[in-house]
Design a protein around this ligand. Structure first.
Ligand SMILES: [Zn+2]
Length: 162
């Protein structure tokens, strides 16, 4: 298991989120550089959902159903198949990441709806669905993280770890 490099805290929440080096490396490979870049999408996984600090150990890349400079959609069947395969390896899905061609990424209306749908579907399993957007500024400002609890999207604040 790799070292965790970035921590995110949700105001008033009892838990925090750490991004480990391997997951960060995958996200950094998908930072959009230049006008010919396209959005990417994938999922975030952890081995342990019981600790107060949840470690994002694995970030995957889903083959996009379609993507463009400022849009990406995935195939729900591929998403479900990936979750099932990684669950057999002891990995629990925490949520999604996708890239945006902007430095300080903000969720679109469609992003909000996607996060809400999946947060409601994961109720009872997750205390919140993690929704990360990879922008093109250096991390951590380029890695924006929200948690959707089924009712609202909460912004998580980054803190650098030693
Ligand atoms: Zn988006």
């Amino acid at each position: 298991m790799g070292k965790c490099l970035l921590e995110y805290r949700i105001p008033d929440a009892a838990w925090s989120l750490e991004f480990c080096a391997d997951a960060i490396a995958v996200l950094q490979q998908h930072v959009q550089k230049g006008p010919l870049s396209r959005e990417s999408v994938g999922q975030l996984y952890t081995r342990d959902l019981t600790k107060p600090t949840i470690r994002v150990e694995v970030a995957t890349v889903l083959p996009p159903a379609r993507n463009s400079y400022a849009h990406v959609r995935f195939d729900p069947k591929k998403l479900a198949a990936e979750r099932a395969a990684l669950f057999k390896q002891g990995l629990h899905c925490l949520g999604f990441w996708h890239s945006h061609p902007e430095s300080a990424p903000r969720p679109s209306k469609e992003d909000d709806e996607l996060a809400a749908d999946h947060a409601r579907a994961a109720r009872g399993i997750l205390s919140g669905l993690v929704f990360a957007i990879v922008g093109n500024a250096p991390f951590p400002s380029g890695l924006a993280v929200w948690v959707h609890d089924g009712r609202a999207m909460w912004a998580a604040r980054p803190e650098k770890l030693e």
